[in-house]
Design a protein around this ligand. Sequence first.
Ligand SMILES: Cc1cc2nc3c(=O)[nH]c(=O)nc-3n(C[C@H](O)[C@H](O)[C@H](O)COP(=O)(O)OP(=O)(O)OC[C@H]3O[C@@H](n4cnc5c(N)ncnc54)[C@H](O)[C@@H]3O)c2cc1C
Length: 412
Amino acid sequence: MQHYDVIIVGGGIVGSTLACILLQHGMKIAVIEAQTPIAETAKNIDLRVYALTRASEQIFRYIHAWQNMEKQRVSPFQQMHVWDAEGLGEIHFDSAEIMQPTLGYIVEQNVIQTGLAQCLDEFKNLTVYQPAQVQKFEVTDTSVTVTLNDQQTLTSQLLVGAEGANSPIRTLAGINYHLYDYAQQAVVATVTTEYSHQATAWQRFLPTGPLAFLPLSNEYQCSIVWSADTVVAQRLANLEKIEFQQALGEAFAFKLGDITDISVRNIFPLKRRHAFHYVKPRIAIIGDAAHTIHPLAGQGVNLGLLDAATLGEVVVDTYNQQLDVGHYKYLRRYERQRKGNNLVTMAAMDGFKYLFGQRPPSLTWLRNVGMALTNQLPPIKRHLIEQAMGLTGNLPRIASPSIYPQTNNKHR
Ligand SMILES: Cc1cc2nc3c(=O)[nH]c(=O)nc-3n(C[C@H](O)[C@H](O)[C@H](O)COP(=O)(O)OP(=O)(O)OC[C@H]3O[C@@H](n4cnc5c(N)ncnc54)[C@H](O)[C@@H]3O)c2cc1C
């Protein structure tokens, strides 16, 4: 029976990031991942891209994954333009307003995953079980024993569920969650536009839901996330290519001219989930296993990375004091720090979705005036820019701006 300090289930972006943080500090880690190794799948074109905040960039720099991603492809954006389809309200953010080189980055999922895989490859204190799944686990006062689907058993001080929205660890641990179906789906694709995207992240609020154009490294290509009520989204996803291009151009008010080409389209159902608890004795859940939110501000993976950084810090601090990293009282520090923050972001997303989904003239007027005023008030605008960059709130040390802690590389 193999013993580890921490077993992480799910080697996605959030789980791999936590693994890197803990490995850097010399802990013995196992990652259990259901899918086949990333090297085999990274060749496929992935339509999923992420708008990463500066806080997420800091976390990736800390674990030396950012350098790997930059070598492949990251697309910095300096500006963000948001406007209302029903009225004249608009707001424009520019990183120059707060003397920063960029507001954030658009990065493809495969680039992030391979960047993280390259980091993980360097550690001798890591064992990856892949493809593998957890069949059951048993918690005692001193450890947790995990049985895999091939009947291997592993033990550790702490078991972390990072296997996404349908987390089996969350279910096996008996952690319930709030579920809210937005009755919306997101159509995702890569599009080519007539005009340059100008390193700007664009978002137009339509009465049926928000439409985002995220700038890719080719200045005429964007990744789109078009969230709409389920019936509308399914109709859009099933349109002929040329009809979809026309509908997309119109929905975007031809801000970047005609849509001249488009990839295949993917469609994702949108649901909000929030776990009642993030921790139990010897168990913690992070990322989509703990919460899923509406993608209208592209915050999902950013929140997950903050979970990984916060839990990572708590576990490393506990480990360095030679205390029990799976003890509930230490794990609660992670839950206290992240749960409230995640809830606030979720509430803000729901507020935006509600406000921009309304057609009554009074609400349309209110939000248009609100946007126009905000656009002209430097202190409020500055705060909103910092929020969009992920630099506000109770950040873990490794995500804080201007702090690049020295990392311990001796275990690589
Ligand atoms: C349309 C859309 C657009 C989005 N856009 C953005 C954006 O721009 N910016 C942003 O920040 N977020 C965005 N998100 C949210 C983002 O996709 C998620 O928040 C993020 O992928 C969560 O990462 P994760 O590692 O927690 O989970 P996942 O990405 O789901 O990874 C889970 C990992 O666990 C593995 N796994 C699953 N089940 C098991 C099992 N039983 N055993 C072992 N391993 C298992 C999986 O194979 C995977 O590797 C978007 C979401 C949607 C739906």
